[in-house]
Design a protein around this ligand. Structure first.
Ligand code: ITT
Length: 207
């Protein structure tokens, strides 16, 4: 088959739609990607699974069923070696109700991790961002892939780009945090960039 693919990206995070479009375009895949803004009635899916892949599949299945279109969903987070892989799937809500009350949950999450690592020496501050991306075709295949970006957690925030834990994460082989990089630079090495690129080949097949 050949032609333009129409896809729904199961997110209300407006930044992810152009990111996915850019990855697909760079891979030479012609696709129209729309976010959930185009489907206000789409169900809210709780991320109840213990793995990133499980949660990405839950979201993609629900959106494929609702829209009747191929759906892509991602789930991502930070795994810190010295915290036995936490916050992991709990990354977005690590600081719990305290984080809600501060008005800047991302900042509260980041400071909690910094405090937890306060006594961890520089040589043991390894961490990785992980992203799972799932593609579900109604009545058809389900595919899930994972992307990882290794790095370390520094002691103070640096940089104003990105979101979440970016200001304290320095990728392997870099001196800058991911918050000090341009979006294209980060996409080229990031967990989500890798996962979306891996899925691009599957999406090409739908055309
Ligand atoms: P949707 O679920 O609506 O797509 P979200 O922003 O909540 O949007 P995730 O569940 O995928 O996205 O992200 C979980 C958390 O992991 C996020 O809140 C961040 O704290 C962290 N995280 C994931 N990717 C990150 C990145 O590239 N840079 C910094 N933090 C990241």
């Amino acid at each position: 088959m050949s032609g333009r693919v129409k896809l729904v990206l199961a997110t209300r995070n407006a930044k992810k739609v152009p990111e996915m479009q850019a990855v697909l375009a760079a891979a030479g895949v012609e696709a129209d990607v729309v976010g959930l803004d185009a489907y206000p009635q789409a169900p809210e899916v709780a991320e109840t699974e213990p793995t990133f892949t499980g949660n990405a599949l839950l979201k993609a299945r629900a959106v494929a069923a609702h829209t009747g279109l191929p759906a892509v969903a991602d789930d991502s987070g930070l795994r810190v070696d010295a915290l036995n892989g936490m916050p992991g799937v709990l990354s977005a809500r690590w600081s719990g109700r305290f984080g809600d009350a501060t008005g800047d949950k991302d900042l509260a999450n980041l400071h909690l991790v910094l405090d937890q690592l306060a006594d961890t020496p520089d040589g043991r501050r390894g961490a990785e961002f992980v992203a799972a991306a799932a593609l579900v075709v109604p009545g058809g295949v389900e595919t899930a892939v994972e992307g990882v970006m290794r790095g370390r957690i520094i002691r103070e925030r640096r940089g104003g780009n990105g979101f979440g834990y970016d200001p304290v994460f320095v990728p392997e082989g870099e001196t800058r945090t991911t918050a000090e990089m341009e979006p294209e630079e980060k996409n080229a090495i990031s967990h989500r960039g890798k996962a979306f690129r891996a899925l691009a080949e599957e999406i090409r097949e739908l055309g």
